[in-house]
Design a protein around this ligand. Structure first.
Ligand code: ADP
Length: 353
């Protein structure tokens, strides 16, 4: 029997046990463990006293009476305490299953007391862990897929060169360089994302002039997009406190996307403005725009719109996921709006003056 068959049998057994446990218990409506145990102790004392009395009336020998009374009191305690301890035992078993990577177990109990609350919290924790586990597996699968593509391309070109099928001319070498650059970018993005998600890097606290930063970002992008038309409009002295390098990264990504998705020769406009306690940067382009139902998903890792065809080569769908985490770290917000009459408008709001 293989591992998955075993675990499905395990789950079936688990759900059968859950059904048994779900049967309401006489004390399940009581909301406090203290009251429950008081009732259990009183019941035990009551049963002992009653059995001793019955023993006297029935003329049982003196040594039989405490044995019968004790045995019946024990049975009563077993029955009454079962509903309280059973969920605890199930939780212990489920925790062990979790340690083996099985997050499917849920504790079903009719108990309304603190143990019932603990079971609810346990169920929520196990659902959240199951979701985190699913996301992590999905992330690894996506990352491996994205890394495999440039590695396979590089490998096949190198194989051709080694076999003498291809020639190491300038064009081939440039293609290989582009593939290795793409690979390098991908690895850097994956590392950045995992650091941001782990929260292991401290945020630098620089005093930033946002207008200057936006001008520097566009000037740098102009070097790699010499024909692009970009315009920055920002009032003097827009101040933000934060991590200069990371914010630069966010705006490079957003303006870079706007350039990549813009039709050839159409302008990208970056407009910064000051509001009550915050500053806002809107990046407008005249590309295809982002449909309303996809506007949250673009911030997910590896997400790319179906059929989105950037004019300047595609990324891996990590740029906006990284940007959102950086803006969240700065207690800001990043949103997507319509651009008029067409195109996309990404708006970043940050605390600032
Ligand atoms: P990528 O590097 O693949 O562009 P991003 O995370 O930066 O990854 O963007 C995710 C997706 O969001 C893109 O693949 C694209 O579908 C969509 N997108 C981002 N910016 C724009 C834009 N300005 N216009 C249209 N679509 C965009």
């Amino acid at each position: 029997m293989n591992e998955s068959e075993l675990s499905s049998l395990d789950r079936e057994a688990n759900s059968q046990v859950e059904r048994q446990v779900h049967r309401p218990h006489p004390l399940s409506a009581i909301r406090s463990i203290k009251t429950k145990w008081s009732i259990v102790i009183l019941a035990a004392v009551g049963v002992t006293a009653l059995m001793s009395q019955i023993g006297v009336q029935l003329g049982w020998p003196i040594w039989v009476r405490p044995i019968v009374a004790g045995a019946l009191a024990l049975l009563a305690v077993q029955f009454l305490a079962h509903g309280t301890t059973y969920p605890l035992r199930r939780m212990a078993e489920a925790s062990k299953a979790m340690a083996r990577g099985d997050y499917s177990r849920q504790i079903t109990t009719s108990s309304r007391d603190e143990v019932g609350d603990l079971a609810d919290a346990f169920n929520q924790m196990s659902s959240e862990l199951a979701e985190a586990d699913r996301l992590q597996k999905e992330f690894i699968a996506n990352a491996s897929h994205e890394l495999r593509t440039p590695v396979a391309a590089l490998q096949s070109t190198l194989e051709n060169l080694v076999d003498g099928v291809g020639r190491a001319d300038r064009e081939t070498l440039e293609r290989m360089l582009a593939q290795s650059e793409h690979l390098g970018r991908l690895v850097t993005q994956l590392l950045d994302l995992s650091r941001l998600e782990a929260g292991s890097d401290r945020l630098a606290q620089n005093q930033i002039d946002l207008g200057d930063l936006l001008n520097e970002v566009t000037t740098e992008l102009q070097l790699s997009h010499p024909l692009a038309i970009m315009e920055v409009k920002a009032p003097m002295g827009l101040r933000v406190e934060g991590d200069d390098l990371r914010l630069r990264r966010v705006f490079t990504n957003i303006v870079g996307n706007a350039l990549r998705f813009s039709p050839y020769g159409s302008p990208v406009t970056v407009v910064a403005s000051r509001h009550e306690g915050s500053v806002r940067v809107a990046v407008h382009d005249l590309g295809p725009g982002i449909p309303v139902d996809e506007r949250q998903r673009v911030f997910e890792r590896f997400w790319q719109a179906d059929g989105s065809a950037p004019t300047g080569g595609g990324g891996a769908g990590l740029g906006l996921a990284i940007s959102k985490r950086i803006i969240d770290q700065h207690l800001g917000e990043i949103q997507i709006r319509d651009n008029q009459p067409n195109g996309a408008c990404l708006v970043v709001t940050l605390p600032g003056t």
